[in-house]
Design a binder for this molecule. Structure first.
Ligand code: PLP
Length: 365
C-alpha cells in the first residue's frame, strides 16, 4: 500500500509529530502513571492542562484580556444554537450573511430563537462573498454572523467586515489558526476543532466579556457561555481528550512559528493547486471567484464547468491508487475537493499537483 496523503475536509489530517506525542503520553499523562482517558476532570493535572490550552490559544491568536476562551461540547453545530441563545435577546434580531452551506445552516438554526435577517440570501450556487457595499446590515441587530471559510463551497472571507459597532460573530471551524486575525474586531469567534486544530468533540469559543450575561432563559447551561466561563469550561465532564489533542496541535503550531507561518504555507500550498487549475486551459475548473478562494478547501471540477462525472470518478480512483485520499467533493457540490489544512505538508501538495498534471496530460485531447 502506498503512503497515504489525506486531503480530507474533516475530521482531517493531524501533524505527524502530534501523533508521536500522543503515543508517548497515552498511558501516562503528565507523569501521573495513568492515561488522561482515566483522569478526573477535577484533578490538579487536568486543571493545569485546561489553563495551558487556554494560554496557548491566547498567545497564538493574541487574544485580548477582555475575551474569555471556552471549550464546549457539541462541535460547530452546537454553537449554531448557542450563538442565538446567548446573544439574540439583546435586540431580538440578528443579521446572517449566507455565503455557503454552513452559514445557511447556522441561519436556519438561529431562526428557532429570534428574528433572522438574511443579509445575503440562500442560493443554490455559492461562489463569492458579495462586496460590502451590497449588504444591508440592520443597525439594530444583536449581532452579525458570518462563516469565515465555507468548507463545502470553498468560499473564504479575505477581509474582516466592518459591522459598524454591531458585534461580529464568526464561524472559523475550517480556517481557525490558519492565518492572523485581529480578535478585537470580533465579538465572538468559534469553531469545531476537527479540521485545523484537532479532533471532533470540542468547539473552541472566544467571546468578548461584555457579550456575556445575555442568554435566553431556555438556554441549556451546557451551551451557556456565561455559565461555561464561570466554571472555567469545567461545568460538567468536558471532552477532555479532544481538548488535549487541541492543546497538542496548538503547541505544534507554535513550534512551527505560529499563525504567520501557517498563513504563509497555506498561501503557497493553495496557490500551487489554483495555479495548475487556472493554467489547465479549462480542463480543471475552480468555480469560486479569485478574491474569495479558500486557502483551506479547494473545490474543483474536471472536464467542464459542471464536471464530467466519469472523468472525476477516474481521477479519484487514480488518486487513491497513489495514496491521495478523501478528495471527493461534498455531495452538495460534487466534483473534487482538496483540503490543505495546516497539517498537510508542502510535499503532499506537490504530489497532488504532479498527479493532476499527469492526469490532464493523459486525458486532454
Ligand atoms: N461550520 C463549518 C464551517 C464546518 O465546516 C462544519 C463542519 O464541517 C461545521 C460548522 C459543523 O461542525 P460540527 O460537525 O462540529 O458540528
Amino acid at each position: 500500500m502506498p503512503k497515504v496523503h489525506n486531503f480530507g475536509a474533516g475530521p482531517a489530517k493531524l501533524p505527524e509529530e502530534v501523533y508521536d506525542i500522543i503515543r508517548q503520553e497515552l498511558t501516562d499523562f503528565d507523569g501521573t502513571g495513568i492515561s488522561l482517558l482515566e483522569t478526573s476532570h477535577r484533578s490538579s493535572t487536568y486543571l493545569k492542562f485546561n489553563k495551558e490550552v487556554q494560554n496557548v490559544v491566547r498567545r497564538l491568536m493574541k487574544v485580548p484580556d477582555n475575551y474569555k476562551i471556552l471549550f464546549m461540547a457539541g462541535g460547530g453545530q452546537g454553537q449554531f444554537a448557542a450563538v442565538p441563545m446567548n446573544l439574540i435577546s439583546r435586540t431580538g434580531t440578528a443579521d446572517y450573511l449566507v455565503t455557503g452551506a454552513w452559514s445557511a445552516k447556522a441561519a436556519k438554526e438561529a431562526k428557532k430563537y429570534g428574528k433572522v435577517n438574511l443579509v445575503l440570501p440562500e442560493t443554490n450556487r455559492y461562489i463569492v462573498v458579495p462586496h460590502e457595499s451590497e449588504w444591508k446590515l440592520d443597525p439594530n441587530a444583536s449581532y452579525v454572523h458570518i462563516c469565515f471559510n465555507e468548507t463545502i463551497h470553498g468560499v473564504e472571507f479575505d477581509f474582516v467586515p466592518d459591522t459598524k459597532g454591531v458585534p461580529l460573530v464568526a464561524d472559523m471551524s475550517s480556517n481557525f489558526f490558519s492565518r492572523v486575525v485581529d480578535v478585537s474586531k470580533f465579538g465572538v469567534i468559534y469553531g469545531g476543532a476537527q479540521k485545523n486544530i484537532g479532533t471532533s468533540g470540542v468547539a473552541l469559543v472566544i467571546v468578548r466579556e461584555d457579550l456575556l450575561n445575555h442568554a435566553l432563559p431556555i438556554c441549556p447551561s451546557i451551551l451557556d457561555w456565561t455559565v461555561t466561563a464561570k466554571n472555567d469550561s469545567i461545568l460538567n465532564t468536558p471532552p477532555m481528550f479532544a481538548i488535549y489533542i487541541m492543546g497538542k496541535v496548538l503547541e505544534w503550531i507554535e513550534r512551527q512559528g505560529g499563525l504567520e507561518e501557517m498563513a504563509k504555507n497555506a498561501l503557497i500550498k493553495s496557490s500551487k493547486i489554483y495555479k495548475l487549475i487556472d493554467e489547465s486551459e479549462g480542463f480543471y475548473h475552480a468555480p469560486v471567484h479569485r478574491i474569495c478562494r479558500s486557502k483551506m478547501n479547494i473545490p474543483f471540477r474536471i472536464g467542464s464547468h459542471n464536471g464530467d462525472e466519469a472523468l472525476e470518478k477516474e481521477f479519484l480512483k487514480g488518486a487513491e491508487a497513489l495514496g491521495l485520499i478523501q478528495l471527493k467533493g461534498h455531495r452538495d457540490v460534487g466534483g473534487i475537493r482538496a483540503s490543505t489544512y495546516n497539517a498537510v505538508t508542502m510535499e503532499e501538495v506537490d504530489i497532488l499537483v504532479d498527479y493532476m498534471k499527469n492526469f490532464q496530460m493523459k486525458h486532454q485531447a
